[in-house]
Design a protein around this ligand. Structure first.
Ligand code: 13P
Length: 248
């Protein structure tokens, strides 16, 4: 049985002092024995967030990192900067980064490899646009994203990866995928992982759904056989996140 993983993607919200205040508010609400809980906060809040979650079940994740070790990459953050302060997870290839910051399947792959090299767990995002869904190419498109993201990733590392299936049309729109739509694609992703590696990796890897998840939709989504939790945007910034973590 795979352990659920429920992560909040705070995106570009909350100043460092606001982040600490929100963590203190959410701490008692997100206690869970059944799920891993991760708060992916803005880079500048990583250090105070790690301090604020000490002694709790919450882990802290970054929303991005660069794929080089160090050097002349103004504005970027290196993997060892994240690990030194105690970051455990890093979101890679969110659709907003692909759309606004030119991330590609190739840079996603480089970042995934680099994250594993440093012992960080990548939360690898994939998902189709509304146009692609209407064209009937959702599964082909997501399979391509996954195949490229996992190029040269070892079997042992792949088992530890987290994949977030986030249909772009469901992100921030209030238009959550139906549990059938989400399950269909998450199942196809697991099948794709089985083809790249084997059933052992496919059974171990955790696949989240993301896109307008709320306390009202969490239970049905996370009860699907191939959905191992969620990557939550807007609702992770509210007390509701406690209900999402304790969705049962
Ligand atoms: O992009 C998301 C999480 O990474 C989803 O955002 P919303 O939950 O706000 O739709």
């Amino acid at each position: 049985m795979r352990r659920k993983i429920i992560a909040g993607n705070w995106k570009m919200n909350k100043t460092p002092s606001e982040a600490v205040a929100l963590i203190n508010e959410l701490k008692p609400l997100v206690a869970s024995n059944d799920a891993d809980v991760v708060f992916c906060v803005p880079a500048i809040s990583l250090i105070p967030a790690i301090e604020a979650v000490k002694g709790t079940n919450i882990e802290i994740g970054a929303q991005n990192m660069y794929f080089e070790e160090s050097g002349a990459y103004t504005g970027e953050i290196a993997p060892n900067m994240l690990t030194e302060v105690g970051v455990k997870y890093v979101i890679i290839g969110h659709s907003e980064r692909r759309e606004y910051f030119n991330e590609t399947d190739e840079t996603v792959n480089k970042k995934v490899l680099k994250a594993f090299e440093h012992g960080l767990t990548p939360i690898i995002c994939c998902g189709e646009s509304l146009q692609q869904r209407e064209q009937g190419v959702t599964i082909d498109f997501v399979r391509q994203q996954i195949k490229i993201a996992f190029l040269n990733v070892s079997k042992e590392d792949a088992k530890k990866a987290v994949i977030a299936y986030e249909p772009i049309w469901a992100i921030g729109t209030g238009k959550v995928a139906t549990s059938q739509q989400a399950e269909e694609v998450c199942k196809a992703i697991r099948q794709c992982i089985a083809e790249i590696y084997d059933n052992e990796v496919a059974e171990a890897i955790r696949i989240q759904y993301g896109g307008s998840v709320t306390a009202a939709s969490a239970n049905e989504l996370f009860s699907q056989p191939n959905i191992d939790g969620g990557l939550v945007g807007g609702a992770s910034l509210k007390a509701d996140f406690g209900k999402i973590v304790n969705y049962k």
